[in-house]
Design a protein around this ligand. Structure first.
Ligand code: SF4
Length: 332
C-alpha cells in the first residue's frame, strides 16, 4: 500500500467515524467515543486482584471468565472497533426521609435502561448497516461480559471516580454506558480524560458501611447497592441491615455527595422520568405484593433484578430497623 493509499484509508476511517458519532448523538446518546477492540490487559490484572480479594461477593458470573470479560474479540470474534456511548438519566427529583417508604436508586426510576439504551444501539446499528452493507455488529448493555466503565474511560467519556463509577464532566455520574461492537476499522479516540477527584474523599467518608475500602476499590460485600439488588439471601448482612439509611433498592449515597453531580443536567430522554411511586415505595405495600401484582407494577423496570423475595426482604429489614415512635419519644 502506498503512502497515498494509506492517507486515503485514514481519511475514509475518520469520515466514517465522524458520521457514526453524529448518528449516535442523533439517536439521543449524550456522549460517544470510538476505540479499538483489543484486550484490556491492565484492567484484567486489576479485575483478577479484586476477585482474589473476594470483593465480588456472591456475583460468581464476574469471576467466571476474566479473560473473556476483558477481551471483546471473545464476545464477537470479528470485532475491530467499539463505539462506546453514555446516556444521561438524571431527572430533578429528590428522595424524602419518610420512614414508611424505602428509597429506590435513581437509575431504576424510569423504564429499564437495558431496553432504552439497547433500542438506541440497535437503531444505530441498523443505520450503519444501511450505510455500509458489509458492517456487522453486536450491541452490549450490561448483560454481555464487557467492562463497561473501562471502555468508557478508554473512549474518553470520563474518568473513574474514587467511588468506582464513571464521571463525565457534563453529566456527572448519572449516565448509563453501552457499547456497539463493529467489524469495521475506524478512527480511534486516544485522549483520556484526566482524573478530577483530586484530594476529595466525600464518597469514601459518606458510605455508611465503608464499602469503598480505598480509593477506586469497592468491596461489594459491604455495599448497600449490592446487598439490596444482587444478594440472594434470606437476610441482609448485619452491618448492611443496620445501616440501610432508608434504601429499599440500590443506594446512591456515594454519587449524591459527589461534587461532580452538582453539575447534573436533566435528561431529555422521557423514558427515564420516574414512574409513579418509583422514587420511593411504601414498605407495607411492597410486603403485600403478590407475584402477579409485582410483575404488573414493575413491568419493564430494572427493579425486577432484585426479585420479589429480595424486595420484601429489604422492606422487612427497613421496617425492623425503623425506630418505633414510642421508643423514640422515650429516648428524647
Ligand atoms: S465524591 Fe469526590 S472522591 Fe468521590 S468520586 Fe466524587 S469527586 Fe471523586
Amino acid at each position: 500500500m502506498t503512502a497515498h493509499d494509506n492517507a486515503q484509508t485514514t481519511q475514509h476511517r475518520a469520515e466514517v467515524s465522524a458520521r457514526i458519532k453524529e448518528r449516535a448523538r442523533a439517536e439521543g446518546f449524550h456522549k460517544v467515543g470510538i476505540v479499538r477492540a483489543e484486550a484490556l490487559d491492565v484492567e484484567r490484572t486489576r479485575l483478577e486482584e479484586w476477585l482474589q480479594r473476594g470483593y465480588h461477593g456472591a456475583m460468581q458470573w464476574l469471576a467466571r471468565d476474566p479473560v473473556q470479560r476483558t477481551d471483546p474479540r471473545l464476545v464477537m470474534p470479528q470485532a475491530r472497533s467499539i463505539v462506546v456511548v453514555a446516556l444521561n438519566y438524571y431527572t430533578p427529583h429528590e428522595h424524602t426521609n419518610d420512614n414508611a417508604t424505602g428509597k429506590i436508586s435513581r437509575y431504576a426510576w424510569g423504564d429499564d435502561y437495558h431496553e432504552v439504551v439497547g433500542d438506541k444501539l440497535k437503531s444505530l446499528l441498523a443505520w450503519i448497516k444501511e450505510q455500509w452493507p458489509e458492517a456487522e455488529g453486536k450491541t452490549c448493555v450490561d448483560i454481555q461480559p464487557m467492562l463497561d466503565k473501562a471502555w468508557a474511560v478508554r473512549a474518553g467519556l470520563g474518568w473513574l471516580g474514587k467511588h468506582t463509577n464513571l464521571i463525565t464532566r457534563e453529566y456527572g455520574s448519572w449516565v448509563f454506558i453501552g457499547e456497539l461492537l463493529l467489524n469495521l476499522e475506524l478512527a480511534y479516540d486516544s485522549e483520556p480524560v484526566e482524573d478530577h477527584c483530586g484530594t476529595c474523599t466525600l464518597c469514601i467518608d459518606a458510605c455508611p458501611t465503608q464499602a469503598i475500602t480505598e480509593p477506586y476499590v469497592l468491596d461489594s460485600n459491604r455495599c448497600i447497592s449490592y446487598a439490596t439488588i444482587e444478594l440472594r439471601a434470606d437476610e441482609l448482612p448485619a452491618e448492611v441491615a443496620a445501616n440501610l439509611d432508608g434504601w429499599l433498592y440500590g443506594c446512591d449515597i456515594c454519587q449524591d455527595v459527589c461534587p461532580w453531580n452538582h453539575f447534573a443536567q436533566p435528561t431529555d430522554e422521557a423514558r427515564f422520568e420516574p414512574r409513579p411511586e418509583m422514587v420511593a415505595a411504601n414498605l407495607e405495600t411492597i410486603l403485600a405484593l403478590t407475584p402477579e401484582a409485582y410483575a404488573a407494577r414493575f413491568r419493564r423496570s430494572a427493579i425486577k433484578r432484585a426479585k420479589l423475595a429480595g424486595l420484601k426482604r429489604n422492606a422487612r429489614t427497613l421496617l425492623d430497623h425503623t425506630p418505633k415512635k414510642d421508643n423514640a419519644d422515650e429516648a428524647d
